[in-house]
Write a protein that binds this ligand. Sequence first.
Ligand code: NAP
Length: 350
Amino acid sequence: MKKLKVVILGATGMVGQRFVQLLAEHPWFEIASLTASDRSAGKPYAEACTWRQDTDMPESVKSMIVQPSEPNVEGSVAFSGLDAGVAGEVELAFAAAGYGVVSNAKNHRMAADVPLLVPEINPDHIDIIPIQQKNRGWNTGFIVTNPNCVAVPMAMALGPLHKRWGVEKVFVVTMQALSGAGYPGHAALDIIDNVIPFIGGEEPKVEVESNKILGTMANNSFVHADFRTSAMVNRVAVIDGHMLSLSIAFKQKPSVDEVKQTLREFTSEPQQLQLPSAPIPPIVVRDEDNRPQPRLDRNTGNSMGVSIGRVRECPLFDIKMTVLGHNTIRGAAGAAILNAELLKAKGYLD
Ligand code: NAP
């Protein structure tokens, strides 16, 4: 199969570097160009980017010249790891110019005609794309987003349960990794021996995104799921891997065993379509008392799987559990790549 040429927007950042790492050997996509800010444009990628991944920078990108983030670069699909301060406008410009934009940024996530996609949970939401193109007067271009790095594992845990028993309300406390703040993130003296109980703008995102993801499509628009979420977020001294303590109330109460079995047996379109980045199984349910843990479990399913443990009765709500996902892979670059694979499999990138 001839590979599809792609551009990475914001290629020098934490998420951009993950895109480079994950796309360098991708069977369907080939990196054709890299963009960043004017600070980096014009330099070879190896010079513009301070590489902070745990594998070497791929040879194929080292001498690529970083371009300004303008829609005249080689590639038909644009993966966006842009800073949210600029992502909104830049992504619109790329979509208007005909690129399929697959974004990590928050800017367009909640727009009424933009899919907020977790391919295992709401793959049908991509069918809004023709409506989006009509609304905005775009021919081939479009924007698809992936959720916030907490909302991805949260939606993966809630999705299969919501379908069977109806989620009524959710209380979530997060322990979020440092890489979620980009580089350099917090100063060492602020985060070592410490927990910071605030991440700017995070709680509102966590409190609304799952409702869109777990919602349905009717009459060419999204109908959001009607449960309520209360989120309390914390930054902890972990490099990668966001952990969530979830308490869930259901419309019809399941047993602990039913919840575990439903999560264990869950499989969906990315697995059936054998998308290259789809984790098999998508959810790993652990029975040990002390799992999941970021260091031990963040790389489950090539870092695309979600680990769930400590499923038990909740004295306040119905069921509580601990959920873990790799924030820069399953919650960011890997999520966007899986979105693009689904788009390709469904003919949206032809
Ligand atoms: P980052 O490390 O700060 O990288 C930001 C990127 O945007 C860099 O490539 C930077 O280029 C580029 N950029 C900044 N200003 C620009 C401008 N004016 N014009 C063009 N490009 C510009 O941030 P990050 O952590 O990778 O996050 C990137 C996006 O993903 C954000 O929207 C973030 O909210 C979202 N996200 C992050 C995570 C995570 O776990 N980190 C998870 C989910 C979503 P230069 O190097 O040239 O400055």
